[in-house]
Design a protein around this ligand. Structure first.
Ligand SMILES: Cc1ncc(COP(=O)(O)O)c(C=O)c1O
Length: 491
């Protein structure tokens, strides 16, 4: 039996994990009495230390011989090891909370990596899923269904209402972000060929620090050696420019370019925001050379910046020809979309592109509901108010850790806190105190909570974050573990 398990058994009588974060002090008092009792016993020093540690934590990671770890261990031989995950296993979610197998509750500031914008298990979404699953799940794209078209129409209509993508006209519905970008890349190649039938206009330009997906096309547009190298060679014709550098685009976006793919806010790359001047210069350069401008709003779109689309704050003169979306589009149900102008659509003919599952009535009906909720201006203005609250707390944290926190970046509820230190122990310490956060870029803490997060939850979460940072940076307590993330990590 491990020390951790021994400790866990000694504290078992005090185990009740259904309390709110606000009740944590009460719970700690109760744990503390157990810890005091243990301290007076003749248990080995390490066991007593472990008891005291777990007693002080609302959501300690499961021990290596816990039931959770045994279950993980029994499953892992059957799973291709593509991810490193932290010890807890989550089985239930509601709103901004998620519960592990021991029914310990965590405040979720990750929202499934910017996916669950309406929180976990939105009741109306669950009802729609249930209803549609009893009506028609899939019939294939060989036949009409009521929901693929309805979702396409709604995306076009709501984008226009929100002041985004001025020439938006049609949608291609697929199953994920990578697929949405894959379609965008193919559309750009076809567009280039329509302008230059010899095929010389085939180059795609994307940006250093970007993340566009893991399929071969989207991976070829993601210039991270860690992701590309094992699968080289990449698809020919991809060039990588420097984000926010006009000189770089003037050099790399040429007559040979058929498309330029860019995230208006880089998510995985570190919550880096493109300046309006740069995006305008990029638009102008694309128009000059006859290349499609593709905005990848898979992470930053659908209300996360306080507008339906991040680019909607730009003048119409900087709007894209193609817009890709996924993640929040299904609030957890897998779905993506590539939105195009009539000019782009006119170059695509029957048989050019397709999908078996994309546009199925189940996913499209769910996404139709989600888009109608996320397009609500009241929700969007609340996102901006919540950003201010986050920023207020981040300023306090930054002034407490002036040598650790160097910058706060982002917009709305896609925010990054740049650290001068490895954030992994902070992620672990926060998790063991009931808060889930993730990293991105190089030493950046990323905050992409559900857009429905409340002021109280922001206060509570930032309080936990500050405590976690104090544990990591102000005390000698060791915090080990993994944040279970790999995106953009230097190899
Ligand atoms: C900006 C951006 N584009 C594309 C993708 C790929 O999406 P998916 O994982 O759904 O294929 C992601 C995923 O993180 C992303 O953040």
């Amino acid at each position: 039996m491990s020390l951790r398990t021994c400790a866990r058994r000694a504290t078992a009588i005090a185990e009740t994990c259904q309390h709110t974060l606000r009740q944590a002090p009460q719970r700690r008092q109760r744990y503390a009495s157990v810890a005091t009792a243990a301290a007076q016993s003749n248990l080995p020093f390490e066991v007593r230390q472990s008891i005291a540690r777990d007693a002080s934590l609302p959501t300690p990671d499961p021990a290596s011989d816990s039931q959770t770890s045994r279950l993980v261990g029994s499953h892992s031989p059957y799973m291709v090891p593509t991810y490193v995950r932290p010890p807890p296993m989550f089985h239930k979610g509601e709103g901004c909370y998620i519960w592990d197998l021991d029914n310990r509750r965590y405040l979720d500031f990750t929202a499934g990596i910017a996916v669950n914008a309406l929180g976990h298990c939105d009741p109306q979404m669950s009802r729609i899923l249930y209803e549609q699953s009893q009506t028609l799940v899939h019939a294939s794209n060989l036949y009409h269904n009521p929901w693929t078209g309805a979702l396409s129409e709604l995306l076009v209509q709501k984008t226009k209402e929100a002041g985004g993508m001025k020439d938006i006209s049609r949608a291609f519905i697929c199953n994920s972000g990578s697929e949405a970008n894959e379609a965008a890349i193919k559309f750009a190649r076809k567009y280039g060929r329509s302008l230059e039938p010899s095929g010389t206009k085939h180059e795609i330009v994307s940006f250093q620090g970007s993340f566009h997906g893991r399929t071969m096309g989207s991976l070829s547009a993601t210039p991270n050696p860690k992701y590309q190298k094992p699968f080289s060679p990449m698809i020919p014709g991809f060039k990588y420019a420097t984000y926010n550098s006009v000189d770089s685009i003037n050099e790399l976006v040429t007559d040979k370019t058929c498309g330029v793919l860019i995230e208006p806010i880089q998510g995985e790359g570190g919550v880096n925001v493109a300046t309006p001047e740069f995006l305008q210069a990029l638009r102008d350069r694309c128009t000059e050379v006859g290349a499609l401008l593709i905005y990848d709003e898979i992470q930053c779109g659908l209300g996360r910046t306080g507008q339906l689309w991040a680019h909607a704050s730009l003048p119409a003169s900087a709007h894209p020809d193609v817009l890709t979306t996924a993640k929040a589009l299904g609030n957890g149900f897998p779905i993506g979309a590539t939105l195009v102008t009539e000019d782009v659509s006119s170059k695509i003919v029957t048989g050019d592109h397709g999908t078996t599952f994309g546009g199925n009535p189940l996913g499209c009906r769910v996404a139709h509901y989600i888009v109608s909720r996320l397009a609500d201006p009241t929700l969007q203005s609340s996102v901006l108010a919540k950003e201010q609250l986050f920023r207020k707390h981040f300023s306090r944290i930054a002034s407490r850790f002036p040598n650790i926190v160097s910058e706060i970046r982002g917009k709305g509820l896609i925010l990054g806190m740049q650290l001068n230190a490895d954030p992994t122990p902070v992620i672990t310490a926060a998790r063991e105190r009931g808060l889930l956060v993730i990293t991105c870029g190089t030493n950046t803490l990323r905050f992409v909570p559900p857009l429905i997060v409340t002021e109280e939850q922001i206060e509570a979460g930032c309080g936990i974050l500050e405590e976690a940072m104090a544990v990591v940076f102000e005390t000698t307590e060791r915090v080990e573990g993994t944040d279970g993330q790999q995106e953009m990590r230097a190899s």
